[in-house]
Design a protein around this ligand. Structure first.
Ligand code: AMP
Length: 393
């Protein structure tokens, strides 16, 4: 079903959103409400078309049932401000079952964290059926959870053979990803960074089929440099991934994809914010020193590649960007992406850390799209089908 043309009038709409926002552990203050704001167009569309949103979301990773720190009660006030309506907050499914009997258009319900029920992550069919019985139709707008086969993201959809659809956010996220996956304007450069090669092997392997250039930075670059015979000191290194790194380099050569590794690094004497630093060639980092950011030559080279690209995907920082002294590589690439976007390139930033990095540098509004999905976006670019999306077909 098509969300924008569906008739919501007087219907109870089970709307799975992703309200998994970061909060202060002591004051429970919301630190970044981007995910709540991202769901607003869908929520407001349902309200404006006389439907009754019944919001379902997870929040954090509770282990043993209800826990105050993972309660969605902490987001109610902000949500009420944003939609300018009171929220009917239901502490559990029983309360939701009771109260949803007499909700009317104009009202909005929010169910407590679905992960307070272990059945949610188990993808339990009976639990999904219980949730489904609360509504007349199902809308999934939780792109950030679309890679999970959980009760409220996937199994629930079975109970709505026809009246199920994706919301505006999910549709936009998919359209942006597909723009790259299906027909990227060339040259297409993928920037992959972050801590671990092991997390990014599948995405790099898949990107080898569509990218013209792949820039590899961050801690994961050192395993590639080591694999080529370099000395990387005490930089992050996954020795058990050396063969994988060599195989990626080999396949890239066969497929004519240019792999760009950092020629130089900012090395630190220890993993500390104020450690002594020096600029060194990445393939000869002294014993006991560790690369924590890419160096000036790498920045210049990587930014040049970005400036010549028509499509750019960015997943993972170039260094320990959380510390100001090791943020320059990540920041420079963020600026390069913003400039490329201004010149008409399509730029997609995704993955938790890249999204927080670009937000830190206040450049989120200057790229084409910052995805709200971390794992989900990664899995899409690994070439996988997401269960939350498949369930809607
Ligand atoms: P990931 O979650 O795999 O995308 O990794 C993101 C994390 O990698 C961030 O917290 C960065 O601080 C960290 N990181 C990036 N580059 C390095 C590096 N050269 N050494 C250690 N950690 C790094």
């Amino acid at each position: 079903m098509e969300f924008s043309t569906y008739s919501f009038s007087t219907k109870k709409v089970l709307l799975r959103v992703d309200f998994n926002v970061p909060i202060d552990k002591v004051t429970f203050e919301i630190l970044d409400d981007k995910r709540i704001k991202a769901a607003l167009p869908t929520i407001n569309h349902i309200i404006n078309h006389n439907g009754i949103p019944i919001l379902l979301s997870h929040f954090g990773r509770p282990k043993n049932g209800p826990e105050n720190q993972f309660s969605l009660i902490h987001i109610v006030k902000r949500l009420e401000e944003l939609i300018q309506k009171p929220i009917i907050f239901c502490k559990n499914v029983e309360e939701a079952e009771r109260r949803c009997k007499d909700v009317c258009p104009g009202e909005v319900m929010l169910l407590e964290n679905v992960r307070f029920y272990p059945e949610e992550t188990q993808g339990d069919l009976a639990f999904a059926e219980r949730l489904a019985s609360l509504g007349d139709c199902y809308v999934n707008d939780a792109f950030g959870s679309a890679h999970r086969a959980h009760a409220s993201t996937t199994q629930i959809a079975r109970h709505f053979p026809t009246d199920k659809m994706m919301g505006f956010l999910m549709a936009e996220e998919l359209a942006c990803a597909n723009k790259i996956l299906q027909n990227p304007q060339k040259p297409f450069t993928a920037i992959v960074g972050g801590a671990k090669v092991s997390d990014k092997v599948l995405i790099i392997e898949n990107l080898l089929n569509i990218a013209s250039d792949i820039i590899i930075g961050g801690g994961m670059a050192y395993t590639f440099v080591y694999a080529q015979g370099g000395s990387v000191g005490s930089s992050l290194l996954e020795k058990d991934k050396v063969d994988v790194a060599l195989s990626i380099l080999h396949k890239a050569k066969e497929k004519g994809v240019n792999i760009h590794l950092p020629q130089d690094s900012i090395a630190a004497s220890s993993f500390l914010e104020h450690a002594e630093t020096t600029i060194v060639p990445t393939h000869s980092i002294p014993y006991n020193w560790m690369g924590l950011d890419i160096g000036p030559e790498s920045i210049a080279r990587f930014c040049e590649v970005v400036s010549k690209s028509k499509t750019i995907l960015w997943n993972g920082p170039m260094g320990v960007f959380e510390w100001e002294r090791f943020e320059l590589g990540t920041k420079s690439l963020a600026v390069a992406l913003a400039e490329a976007t201004e010149k008409g390139s399509f730029t997609l930033v995704g993955g938790g850390d890249s999204a927080s990095a670009i937000a830190k540098f206040k450049l989120s509004h200057r790229v084409s799209h910052v995805s709200t999905g971390g794992g989900a976006l990664l899995e899409l670019f690994e070439g996988k089908e997401l269960p939350g999306i498949k369930a809607l077909t």
